[in-house]
Ligand binder design. Structure first.
Ligand code: PGA
Length: 257
């Protein structure tokens, strides 16, 4: 059985003060948590150090929301993989649709970032997903295939084994309109089959594929009960400790069933 991983993508929300409060609340709520799901939080860059300090020995992994594809040097405004590792990050979200849409990130660039993240020992959470127009014109699988092949280009099976993929239909992000469990699971199964063709069934069966897009305290349990949905990448609902904790509990229950 694959583990379930719940990651909070805070986006451009929470300064150091809001970060301290939210992490402390999560710590408190996790006191009664018996495990069963892995937890990741991804605050904005300026909050990473404070988040790491307050996480302490709590079972929460720290992640960033983006990074450079360069190692170091004259790249004003950029942050490298090794800088993230040095502040205690073990994960990084790459290729989020907001980065693709607003900052023109391509599969090629995301692929370069994935390689740098892996080289620095970080787990990349790599996002793929179709737009509403693409879904309505029936090209979802083709779009996902191009994205998955693109972001995993030239990676060895051993490297692919280390990544997390996040299926995030663009039309579901921040809209309150989540994919149905069946719609999501169909795409997850498609991704797993594709990865099996690129590597082996053994690798594909172990691959963690998260769903993201309006996952919340109400719909998490049914989504996470799907056989190919191995966790969630949560935006809005990760900013409230009670909602995020309900999703974490739903993931743990899905594992124990
Ligand atoms: P949402 O965002 O949960 O607010 O829809 C998910 C994401 O963008 O990762």
């Amino acid at each position: 059985m694959r583990k379930k991983i719940i990651a909070g993508n805070w986006k451009m929300n929470k300064d150091i003060h809001g970060t301290a409060t939210l992490i402390q609340e999560l710590r408190d709520r996790l006191k009664d948590f018996r495990g069963g799901a892995e937890i990741v939080v991804c605050p904005p860059f300026p909050s990473l150090v404070v988040a790491k300090t307050i996480i302490g020995d709590a079972p929460i992994r720290l992640g960033a929301q983006n990074m450079s594809h360069q190692d170091d040097g004259a790249y004003t405004g950029e942050v490298s993989a090794s800088m993230l590792a040095a502040v205690g990050c073990t994960c990084v979200i790459l290729g989020h649709s907001e980065r693709r849409q607003y900052f023109k990130e391509t599969n090629e660039l995301v692929n370069a970032k994935v390689k740098k993240a892996l080289a620095a020992g970080l787990t990349p959470i790599i996002c793929v997903g179709e737009t509403l127009e693409e879904r309505e014109s029936g090209v979802t699988d083709a779009i996902i295939t191009t994205q998955v092949r693109g972001v995993l280009h030239e990676l060895s099976s051993g490297e692919i084994e280390k990544v997390i993929l996040a299926y995030e239909p663009v039309w579901a992000i921040g809209t309150g309109k989540n994919a149905t469990p069946e719609q999501a699971n169909d795409v997850h199964r498609h991704i797993r089959k594709l990865v099996s063709q690129m590597t082996s069934w053994n690798v594909a069966e172990k691959l963690v594929i998260q769903y993201g897009g309006s996952m919340n305290a109400q719909n998490a349990a049914v989504l996470l009960a799907q056989p190919d949905i191995d966790g969630g990448l949560i935006g809005g609902a990760s900013l409230k400790s009670d909602a995020f904790m309900t999703i974490i509990q739903a993931a743990a229950e899905a594992v124990s069933q």
